[in-house]
Design a protein around this ligand. Structure first.
Ligand code: F6P
Length: 534
């Protein structure tokens, strides 16, 4: 009996000669292959998906148990089986009050309490009520964290720059001393607040950077640095050991994965930058998508559709990467954020049962904002030998009313790219062009070969009115749920990250070898490199 995967593959083979552009012979193609959720409009009509493929993909998701898995996640079941944890970042952005029970206790009151504590703290820092040791107002915040304790706040703080009316925020993540040195160089310890953000409070990069910054504070203002410190963690015993007063510690539970954590205390730098009201708008945006995801029928369900496009491209078309191309300078960090969200969640080789996956899982996620990318790597998108599905993001309006002409150019460029990817430029057209440019004979044909574009390259476009906090919340939640749906279809656990552990262990083992210890049990290449670098 053929499986849905078989049927999808057979359909794909059958439609192989067909072009994406040709699908628009169907007059309502553009509207049929788009959907709206809140502020977000997804156009996926410039892909090779048709009714039959979409129907099969929806069946695939249902067959994988999507509805049950989704209900289990929102209900607080321990769907992160390898870590025996619930997955409830959605609860951090939910205004609902009905009890949500994990391990016998309702988690809602604690979430609300922590949010209120964060708001009070952020408001007091922003207003100058909470000051540094000398009574001077905080002008700068350093958030020390890495991975999920860094990428979300970095991305969202930049995205919400128009609303930024709090202290300047700096993000120290890399253990490379250059990062600490470059950030500290410009700062005054007397007016700097330091947040140590680490879910586990054991991450070596963050602990090392924290000690360096604590020493810098002590050198600048003396031994009493408590007024300059706050922490974000699930490990409250460890924060106390670092000398951070419990009132300055914002905790969260183990059911919030690092890469899903910006909605809670990890979002403290965002709140310090833009204020509690704006942060709540971000949460509301995320929650709006949670509701949409749970209640909307498949053909209009944005996270589901985005995931199905992803599975189609990854598994059926065999494309190994996806490019995230925000035509929104302030979403410059979105590709890096989505890299962790997507690749740490779905970059796995075994299913929930520990058996090898039957299908390929997460693709390589990469990207950069347009229009800059156009002048760097788009050459390969248009004429390279690999097909790379492109995912464009674009706002109807920018925040800079006086620079509306810039925004028109931005929009024109964004749409030009998806049009060029789909339509390309046929050889005959390029030949004519080369002729107009004065080329003839062989030279004309040669020029035409270089100037023609294959086209038929898929892209999707996510359009929104303006990048507000509410919209940003929707965008992030949309991608979170996309990752979830894809993980369900591939049958893997999107919420653990065992693949990062081996490197950490080996780094711990290697460190003494750079500090005069014996070089033992290492392959010849590694031995050679240790010697070269010592
Ligand atoms: O190394 C991977 C990872 O565990 C991520 O999942 C996490 O976001 C990051 O490290 C930071 O972890 P922590 O917040 O515990 O310092």
């Amino acid at each position: 009996m053929s499986t849905i995967w078989d049927q999808l593959n057979a359909h794909h083979r059958a439609i192989a000669p067909r072009s994406i552009a040709g699908l628009f012979d169907q007059p309502d193609r553009a509207t049929r292959f788009s959907a709206q959720a809140g502020d977000l409009f997804l156009d996926y009509s410039k892909t090779n998906l048709d009714e039959k493929a979409l129907g099969l993909l929806i069946d695939l998701a249902q067959d994988a148990g999507l509805e049950q898995r989704r209900a289990a996640m929102f209900r607080g079941d321990k769907i992160n089986a390898t870590e025996n944890r619930a997955v409830l970042h959605t609860a951090l952005r939910s205004p609902e009050t009905a009890p949500l029970v994990v391990d016998g206790a309702d988690v809602r009151p604690e979430i609300a309490k922590t949010l209120t504590r964060m708001e009070r703290f952020a408001a007091a820092v922003r207003s100058g009520k909470i000051t540094g040791q000398s009574g001077a107002r905080f002008t700068d915040v350093i958030n020390i964290g890495i991975g999920g304790s860094d990428l979300g706040p970095v991305m969202a703080t930049q995205a919400l720059a128009p609303y930024h009316d709090g202290p300047r925020c700096h993000f120290l993540s890399n253990v490379d001393g250059a990062h600490a040195a470059d950030i500290l160089r410009g700062l005054n310890p007397e007016t700097t607040l330091v947040i140590v953000a680490s879910k586990t409070f054991t991450t070596i990069e963050t602990m090392t950077n924290a000690q360096t910054v604590l020493d810098w504070l002590r050198a600048g203002i003396g031994a009493e640095i408590g007024a300059h410190l706050a922490a974000v963690s699930t490990a409250l015993d460890r924060t106390t050991k670092m000398g951070i007063h419990p009132e300055r510690v914002f905790g969260f539970a183990d059911w919030v994965g690092g890469r899903y954590s910006l909605w809670g205390p990890v979002g403290l730098p965002i709140m310090l930058a833009v204020g509690g009201k704006c942060f709540r708008a971000l949460l509301a945006g995320g929650h709006a998508i949670d509701q949409h995801f749970q209640t909307t029928e498949p053909r209009q369900n944005l996270p589901l559709l985005l995931a199905l496009v992803g599975v189609w491209h990854r598994n059926i078309c065999g494309y190994g990467t996806r490019a995230i191309l925000p035509y929104d300078q302030r979403l410059g960090q979105l590709p890096a954020y989505l890299q962790q969200l997507d690749m740490e969640s779905n970059g796995k080789g075994v299913g929930e049962d520990g058996a090898a996956l039957a299908q390929k899982s997460g693709p390589v996620v990469w990207g950069a904002p347009g229009t800059n990318g156009q002048h760097a790597f788009y050459q390969l998108l248009h004429q390279g030998s690999d097909v790379i599905p492109a995912e464009f993001l674009i706002a109807a309006q920018g925040h800079e009313a006086a620079l509306a002409h810039h925004h028109d150019l931005l929009k024109a460029n964004c749409l030009a790219q998806s049009e060029a990817l789909m339509l390309g430029r046929p050889f005959e057209v390029a030949l004519e062009l080369a002729g107009q440019l004065g080329f003839a004979g062989d030279a004309q044909r040669q020029q035409a070969a270089h100037r023609s574009f294959p086209g038929n390259r898929p892209s999707i476009t996510l359009a929104y009115p303006k990048l507000t906090a509410f919209t940003l919340g929707q965008i992030i939640a949309l991608y979170e749920h996309r990752v979830f749906v894809e993980g369900v279809i591939w049958g893997l656990n999107s919420f653990d990250q065992w693949g990062v552990e081996l490197g950490k262990e080996l780094a711990t083992n290697l460190l003494p070898m750079f500090q005069g210890g014996a070089i033992e049990n290492k392959d010849p290449s590694t031995v050679q490199l240790i010697k070269k670098l010592s």
